[in-house]
Structure formats: structure tokens, C-alpha cells
Design a binder for this molecule. Structure first.
Ligand SMILES: [Fe+2]
Length: 208
């Protein structure tokens, strides 16, 4: 059994139109995400082989491959659930209260998150994350799929800023893609993730 499998989407590829085209969703899920799943499983298998043979000469590259591909798998799995055809608008519930508490207002949060996504250099992600050490929401930039993050954080809302996420629809204008994406944010999913993060992760790494 492979360690990782490609999850099914809970909506059709075309369900996010007109904000994200069905063609992009199909390629993004069935090609890009699938490649990360395959890459992560390959890295696991090659590390098993390296241990079995005692030949660990390629361990640095294998570890990098595992981090990159497993990061791609994790990020995209959360990304699909973070979006919904019947979503967008302003948040509600616990996530709305937490955003106001930690960013001042939804408008201030939205402006910072948009700037962080637009500013990602090269390939990467903008992420609203729960920091289980500070017990607060933070916005972070993730380089590629796995860089520039500290341990202790879990994603609540992710925005894929790789060109493969928008180039077919928006060409080089990432700002238009981000503006459209706000119409798809699934705040219900964000509420569920925030509740799990608070109850299951706070104090895990640095006990209170
Ligand atoms: Fe992606």
C-alpha cells in the first residue's frame, strides 16, 4: 500500500467557475497534486531501500524530495477543502472572532493576506495558520511547499501562489487570481480546522 493517496474532490472541476476554471482545476488536481503524491511515495520507498542496503549516500536529496512532495500533497489536500462553490464573503463564527482579535478587523486581515500572497517570490503559498505556541493566528509565506515555516503551525486557510494555480486563467496577473479566490474561501472549513488546532495542538510542542 502506498503511504499517500490522491483525495477525491467533493465538487466538480468546473464547480468553482467563474473564479477558477474547470481546466485549471482538472490539471491542478489530476496532474500537479497527483505528481506530489507519487513523488512522496517514491521518496518513502527510496528511503526504505537506502536503509535496507545501508547505502545512505543520497539521503540529503531523498529527504528534500520527501519534504517537497509531501508538502505539496498536504498543502493541496487542505487547499481543496479550503474552497467551495458556495462560499466566500466574510467569515463567521470562531474564525471571524479570532481574525478580529489577532488582526484588528477582517478588512485589515484581508489586506495583509492579499499582500502576502501577491508578494510571494517565485513559487509558494500564503497561509493563515494557527501558531500553537503563541496560541494565535498568523499569516505566513511558505516557499515552494515546505520552506520558511517554523514547527508548531498548522494551516487554517491556504492560498496557492504557484503559477500553475492561475496562469491559464489570469496569465501573469496574480492579483486578479487572488481577488477571484476570495469568493471561494470556505469559512466553515476554516472554523473546523481552527477548532481542531486549538483543542489538539496547543501545548503540544511547548507545554504551558
Ligand atoms: Fe498548486
Amino acid at each position: 500500500m502506498p503511504a499517500y493517496t490522491l483525495p477525491d474532490l467533493t465538487y466538480d472541476y468546473s464547480a468553482l467557475e467563474p473564479y477558477i476554471s474547470g481546466r485549471i482545476m482538472e490539471l491542478h488536481h489530476s496532474k500537479h497534486h497527483n505528481a506530489y503524491v507519487t513523488g512522496a511515495n517514491t521518496a518513502i520507498e527510496q528511503l526504505e531501500e537506502a536503509r535496507a542496503t545501508g547505502n545512505l549516500s543520497a539521503v540529503n536529496q531523498l529527504e528534500k524530495n520527501l519534504a517537497f512532495n509531501l508538502g505539496g500533497h498536504i498543502n493541496h489536500t487542505a487547499l481543496w477543502a479550503n474552497m467551495s462553490p458556495d462560499a466566500g464573503g466574510e467569515p463567521h463564527g470562531e474564525i471571524a472572532d479570532a481574525i478580529t482579535e489577532h488582526f484588528g478587523s477582517f478588512a485589515a486581515f484581508k489586506a495583509q493576506f492579499t499582500a502576502v500572497g501577491a508578494g510571494v517570490q517565485g513559487s509558494g503559498w500564503a497561509i493563515l495558520a494557527w501558531d500553537s505556541v503563541g496560541e494565535r493566528l498568523v499569516i505566513v509565506q511558505l516557499y515552494d511547499h515546505q520552506g520558511n515555516l517554523t514547527l508548531g503551525m498548522v494551516p487554517i486557510v491556504l492560498l496557492d501562489c504557484w503559477e500553475h494555480a492561475y496562469y491559464l486563467d489570469k496569465l501573469n496577473v496574480r492579483a486578479d487570481y487572488i481577488a477571484a479566490w476570495w469568493n471561494l474561501v470556505n469559512w466553515e472549513d476554516a472554523n473546523e480546522r481552527l477548532a481542531r488546532a486549538k483543542t489538539q495542538l496547543n501545548g503540544l510542542i511547548i507545554p504551558a
